[in-house]
Design a protein around this ligand. Structure first.
Ligand code: GDP
Length: 296
C-alpha cells in the first residue's frame, strides 16, 4: 500500500475530492471523473468504458448519490481487473521454466533476481540463466542476484548464443533436480525483428529440451512509462507468447492506473508487481487489495 502512494495521491485523493465535493450527479461529474482517470494513465478506451458503465448504472437507479456511485466505481474496477489473484504457472513436475522478457530498463533482471530470491526462500532450488549475452553488465547484475538468492547462475561468454545458455540452464535443472529455472533475456528494442526472432529461438530450444516448457513467459513492463507500456506489451504478446505481466516501479509512479488499461485492453493477467529495488519488493498482484488501496 505504501508503494502505491504516488498513484494514490494522483487518483484516490482526486476522486475523493470529486465525490465528497459533489452534491448532484450531473454530466460535469462524469467528465471530471474521466479527466482524473486519464490523468492516472488509465487510458482512453478503458476510461470511457468505465465511466460509461457508471453512467448506465446511474441512469438505472432512482436516487443516485455519490456513495452509490463510489461503490459502483469500485465494483467496476474490480470487475475489470478480475477478482482472482493470478499466480505464476508452476509445473506440477519440476523444473518450472520461466522466461523473462521485456525491453532494457524495464526491470527484467531485477524481477528475475527477486523471483529467484522468493523461490529460494520457499526452499526451492533455483537456476538463473543469463541469456542476455549482449550486455556483459546484465550477466554481472544477475550474478549478484544469484549470490544473494543462493541460486545457481548459468552464463556464457559475452556474445554467446542465448539459446545455448537456455539449453544449458534447462539441462542443468534436469540433472540437478532444480525446481525453477528463470531465464533472463535481452531487451534491445532498436533491433526489434532480431530480438523477437531470438526470443522465439530461445523458446524453441526450451520446448525441445523440456516439453511443456516454458511454463510462464513473463513480460516485464515499467509502470512509469504509462500508456507506452501497452504498445510494448502488444509487440511482445504476439512474438513471445506472453502468459503474464510483471509491472515494475509502481512505487515510483503516479501512473498506476495503467494496470487497468493492461487488464482491459490486453487480456494478459498482471501477475506480479514491483514496488522497489530490494529483494522483498515484489508481490503477487492482488486486484481486490489494489482497488482497496486506491479507493478506500
Ligand atoms: P532490465 O534492463 O530490464 O534488466 O532492468 P533492470 O533490472 O536493470 O532495472 C532497471 C532499473 O530499475 C534498476 O535501477 C532497478 O533497480 C530498477 N527497478 C527495477 N524494478 C524496480 C521497482 O519495482 N521499483 C523501483 N523503484 N525500481 C526498480
Amino acid at each position: 500500500k505504501a508503494g502505491l502512494s504516488k498513484t494514490r495521491e494522483n487518483l484516490a485523493s482526486r476522486i475523493e475530492k470529486l465525490f465528497t465535493g459533489t452534491q448532484k450527479i450531473e454530466e460535469g461529474f462524469f467528465e471530471e471523473l474521466e479527466e482524473i482517470l486519464l490523468g492516472a494513465d488509465v487510458g482512453v478506451t478503458t476510461t470511457l468504458q468505465l465511466v460509461d458503465n457508471l453512467r448506465q448504472r446511474a441512469k438505472k437507479e432512482r436516487n443516485v448519490d455519490t456513495s452509490f456511485l463510489f461503490s459502483a466505481l469500485r465494483e467496476e474496477v474490480i470487475k475489470l481487473l478480475g477478482e482472482e489473484v493470478r499466480q505464476l504457472n508452476l509445473s506440477p513436475s519440476p523444473p518450472t521454466v520461466i522466461l523473462v522478457v521485456g525491453v532494457n530498463g524495464s526491470g527484467k533482471t531485477t524481477t528475475a533476481g527477486k523471483l529467484a530470491y522468493r523461490f529460494s526462500r520457499q526452499g526451492k532450488r533455483v537456476i538463473l540463466a543469463a541469456a542476455d549475452t549482449f550486455r556483459a553488465a546484465a550477466a554481472e547484475q544477475l550474478a549478484i542476484w544469484a549470490k544473494m538468492a543462493g541460486a545457481t547462475l548459468i552464463r556464457h561468454q559475452p556474445g554467446a548464443d542465448p539459446g545455448a545458455v537456455a539449453f544449458d540452464a534447462v539441462k542443468a535443472a534436469l540433472s540437478r533436480q532444480a525446481d525453477v529455472v528463470l531465464v533472463d533475456t535481452a531487451g534491445r528494442l532498436h533491433t526489434k525483428y532480431n530480438l523477437m526472432e531470438e526470443l522465439k529461438k530461445i523458446r524453441r530450444v526450451i520446448e525441445r529440451e523440456l516439453p511443456g516448457a516454458p511454463h510462464e513467459v513473463l513480460l516485464v513492463l515499467d509502470a512509469t512509462i504509462g500508456q507506452n507500456a501497452l504498445a510494448q506489451a502488444r509487440l511482445f504478446k504476439e512474438a513471445a507468447g506472453v502468459t503474464g505481466i510483471a509491472l515494475t516501479k509502481l512505487d515510483g509512479t503516479a501512473k498506476g492506473g495503467v494496470v487497468l488499461a493492461i487488464a482491459h485492453e490486453l487480456n494478459i493477467p498482471v501477475k506480479i508487481v514491483g514496488l522497489g529495488e530490494d529483494p522483498e519488493d515484489l508481490e503477487d498482484f492482488r486486484p481486490q487489495e489494489f482497488v482497496l488501496a486506491l479507493f478506500d
